[in-house]
Design a binder for this molecule. Sequence first.
Ligand SMILES: [Fe+2]
Ligand SMILES: [Fe+2]
Length: 121
Amino acid sequence: MRKTSELIWQDTQHQILFELIDQLKTVETGLDIFTKLADYAESHFSLEESYMLKLNYPRTEEHIRAHNKFREELNAMTLDQHKFDEQVRESISLFLREWLTRHIFGIDKDFEAFVLNSDYK
Ligand SMILES: [Fe+2]
Ligand SMILES: [Fe+2]
């Protein structure tokens, strides 16, 4: 089977997450962006987690804990969104971007390498 240097679906979904996080800081986007982001993040995390469980990935528990932290943050934001002004949205966007970058270059990279070395892509 052909080995690629990256996991295509994972990379594409990360790009979309970054786009949604960027949209979040523009007030013109409307508040449903919080729900959209939370929904998209949920489907992305669930997909990664289903691969982890299927492949017996050794850091599954740690990785799911990290996702859960992000889920909690996003859920809290979805509830509070009506209070957010432009500045708050900007700082939330920055915070999420930093979190996601750390996650992607940290444990997601480890998971990606693990999947690429398996027969599942
Ligand atoms: Fe990810
Ligand atoms: Fe992840």
